[in-house]
Design a protein around this ligand. Structure first.
Ligand SMILES: [Fe+2]
Length: 245
């Protein structure tokens, strides 16, 4: 409704301005012709950003015993689905103008709490779920392994530091591995923030993210977050991580 009102206003204003400019009363009735120059919903100019929930590439029980089926089911169909719905509701209700996810996060500090938290939740969970796979995890290889060794000394030391960042995040949040112009860094964020946010303490291209909200592990691991983190390494899809380099 707000979009239509705004569009009507623009249309009326432009029509009047053009009529005055060329002295033609005909234009006052020339709405059809003028409509061609006013962006409408569905065109590039006015299309609102819409977050989507990517389909899982595995069954809910595929990551057993490291991540249990019920947790995966609830995490994906309830928590993640809600983030996606809520951010899209916020974008529509608040007329958020950003056209891409990158623009959205580049302006995270200007967003409402609803838009920021749910936008982060929508993006972070797509990123998280697509980084997991069934079966044994092989470990980083190639350029990714080289970069990890260069930045942290060894793969084991990287895992130790990443696990510590995840374990020590107070309350709900995430641990991240990011690529900052060729240097790999580990960080953690609170809530549903991520390293793409304009106000992130550590910014960079996310390569790997670990959800340490209790909803990600509590059914199986209860208060043993460290056990969840240790077993999560068994289902990391390093091929996906490598492609993000
Ligand atoms: Fe989550």
């Amino acid at each position: 409704m707000e979009t239509n009102t705004r569009r009507d206003f623009i249309k009326t204003t432009l029509t009047a301005s053009l009529a005055v400019a060329i002295g033609s009363p005909v234009l006052l009735n020339g709405g059809a012709a003028l409509a061609a120059v006013i962006p409408t919903e569905g065109t590039t100019g006015f299309a609102p950003l819409k977050f989507t929930q990517k389909p899982l590439k595995y069954a809910f029980n595929a990551l057993e015993p490291n991540i249990d089926a019920l947790t995966m089911d609830i995490h994906y169909t309830k928590h993640h689905a809600a983030y996606v719905k809520n951010v899209n509701d916020a974008i529509a209700a608040e007329n958020i103008p950003y056209k891409t996810e990158a623009d959205f996060f580049n302006n995270a500090s200007k967003l409402s709490a609803k838009a920021r938290n749910n936008g982060g939740g929508a993006w972070n969970h797509n990123f998280f779920f697509e980084t997991l796979k069934a079966g044994a995890s092989t470990g980083p290889e190639g350029k990714l392994k080289d970069a990890i060794v260069k930045s942290f000394g060894s793969v084991d030391k990287f895992k130790e530091q990443f696990s510590a960042a995840a374990a020590s995040r107070f309350g709900s949040g995430w641990a991240w591995l990011v690529n900052d112009k060729g240097t790999l860094k580990i960080c953690s964020t609170a809530n549903q923030d991520n390293p793409l946010f304009d106000n992130a303490e550590v910014k960079g291209v996310p390569l790997l993210g670990l959800d340490v909200w209790e909803h990600a592990y509590y059914l199986k691991y209860q208060n043993k977050r460290a056990d969840y983190i240790a077993n999560w390494w068994n289902v990391v899809d390093w091929g996906v991580v490598s492609k993000r380099m």
